[in-house]
Design a protein around this ligand. Structure first.
Ligand code: ZN
Ligand code: ZN
Length: 352
């Protein structure tokens, strides 16, 4: 976690803040390394305080480096308020209004909370080498689980059975699912976030299979759409359009382009095929400690891509009542392109 407090200090200087109070646990983990469920930290010029309670004193001693640990007994907010001064950035996108009001009541005169949400999330976008290694391992594990799942066959099993078996396999291989796996066959595939149900997967259906693993806190995310036998002319046609959109969008990924630019490449191809209304989500998102984080790749995103950001590229077409296709790769942005972490083939794969 070395250097992350220093990077946050620079953000504070830019925003003319004297202190930053970080309460979101994922952000606390990112800055300090702490993996427990109760922690907060305060950062300022040369100032690093980490707060937890007695349950986590030992864990904090083992995990947290470079931050002065404070085990709070009694009034949590009072202990934090004591260490705040001047203009204090708070994570207004995470801190409940009620907690903020209580905190205000404990602040010394002249201490002023200022909305500074997304400060740490901004730092989290660009990954360091250790983070990239963890993400690549998570991605590799997920790829193994797709292959394992498909070997067991899809047709004749329920969506839920396939999804739960895949999640169990991720755990057997030492990870955790980074989100509940999505297995959506036939008409269910038209619901981009379908919950796997009891429906039995039939023959000649397209099966959207969205899966992610988490290792050492870092997530992967990817989707393949398989066919349980020939999905028919319409199915094959839709698959081909999504594949062309996905390949073209990948080629547009590089440092310095906006999320909107990359999204537009895929969207144009899908529009031209007559499916503009059927691609109802953004093209992709950043992935890291959380499976959805910045930057965003979508029609409204002015996020500029930077080297070592990790993003998904996942166009889809969803025909209500009929079928869905989504193809999602997971890539590291480079100066003049990208490095694809997804290793699975993308041409339409027929499985039993
Ligand atoms: Zn995704
Ligand atoms: Zn996904």
């Amino acid at each position: 976690m070395r250097g992350r407090g220093e990077r946050l200090e620079r953000v504070l200087a830019e925003r003319e803040l004297d202190r930053m109070l970080v309460t979101d646990l994922t952000n606390v983990r990112y800055l300090t390394g702490f993996t427990g469920t109760n922690g907060a930290c305060v950062c300022g010029p040369g100032i690093r305080f980490f707060f937890t309670d007695f349950r986590y004193t030992e864990r904090a001693a083992a995990e947290v480096e470079g931050w002065e640990p404070i085990t709070v007994q009694g009034d949590w907010l009072a202990a934090i308020a004591e260490r705040l001064e001047g203009r204090v950035g708070i994570e207004d996108d995470h801190l409940p209004v009620r907690t903020l009001e209580k905190l205000r009541g404990k602040l010394a005169e002249g201490v002023e909370p200022v909305a500074a949400g997304s400060s740490v999330e901004g730092l989290r976008r660009v990954k360091d080498e250790g983070e990239l290694a963890a993400i690549a391992e998570a991605s590799k594990l997920a790829d193994e689980v797709w292959l394992w799942s498909v070997e067991r066959g899809l047709a004749g099993r329920s969506e839920r059975d396939v999804a739960r078996a895949a999640e169990a396999r991720i755990r057997e291989l030492g990870g955790d699912p980074s989100f509940p796996a999505i297995v959506a066959a036939g008409p269910n595939g038209a619901l981009p976030h379908a919950e796997p149900g009891e429906r039995e997967i039939g023959r000649g259906e397209l099966v959207v299979f969205d899966l992610g693993a988490q290792l050492d806190g870092y997530c992967s995310d990817g989707t393949r759409t398989y066919a349980t036998g020939d999905p028919g002319e319409e199915g094959r046609g839709v698959y081909e359009v999504v594949l062309q959109a996905q390949l073209a969008a990948l080629e547009a990924v590089k440092a310095g382009v906006t999320g909107e630019d990359v999204d537009a490449v895929a969207r144009k191809i899908i529009d031209e095929a007559g499916h503009c209304e059927r691609f109802g989500h953004g093209l992709g998102h950043g992935v890291g400690l959380e499976v959805h984080e910045g930057p965003r790749l979508s029609p409204k995103s002015d996020d500029l891509l930077a080297p070592n950001e990790v993003v998904t590229v996942e166009p889809g077409i969803y025909l209500p009542g009929k079928l869905g296709v989504r193809i999602e790769d997971f890539v590291v942005v480079a100066e003049d392109g990208y490095r694809n972490l997804s290793t699975l083939p993308k041409e339409l794969t027929l499985v039993e």
